[in-house]
Design a protein around this ligand. Structure first.
Ligand code: FES
Length: 155
């Protein structure tokens, strides 16, 4: 019997070669195409998703290693695109070409899952592995600050 994995709240059978990178499983098998292929070696962050709420690089994670684990992609981060980060991203008009942005948001969400009020230095440290060829770094940082402020109001 195949192993299964939970993706965006739904149980999915791993009916592919277990060495397939999670990224391919998401994009080609399940058509969750919000997660992007960037470098293919875990160096740019475009493929970032969550494993049990923490950011991981899906291009270098074999899907078979994730049996019975919970994966969240950008499609599952919120019901209606209303996660505080997604709202702050819109308010700050963060994206340019947009290619890296799902990975940026998922990485930032992983940060806020573990630290709801990060300092500027903590934001920089957490986000430094996510590359943006358009150079939207200042707006990303501002959006994370704004989302953290929103989360603080909800507590
Ligand atoms: Fe273009 Fe980041 S918005 S790569």
């Amino acid at each position: 019997m195949n192993k299964s994995i939970t993706i965006n709240g739904k149980s999915v059978e791993i009916d592919v070669d277990e060495n397939m990178p999670l990224l391919w499983f998401l994009r080609d098998r399940l058509e969750y195409t919000g997660t992007k292929f960037g470098c293919g070696s875990g160096m740019c962050g475009a493929c970032t998703v969550h494993l049990n709420g923490q950011a991981i690089r899906s291009c270098v994670t074999p899907v078979g290693s994730l049996a019975n684990q919970e994966i969240t992609t950008i499609e599952g981060l919120s019901e209606d695109g209303d996660h505080p980060l997604q709202k702050a991203w819109l308010d700050n008009r963060v994206p340019q070409c947009g290619y890296c942005q799902a990975g940026q948001i998922m990485n930032a969400a992983g940060l806020l899952n573990s630290n709801q009020s990060p300092s500027d230095q903590e934001i920089e440290n957490a986000m430094q592995g996510n590359i943006c060829r358009c150079g939207t770094y200042q707006r990303i940082k501002q959006a994370i600050r704004d989302a953290a402020d929103e989360l603080a109001k909800e507590v």
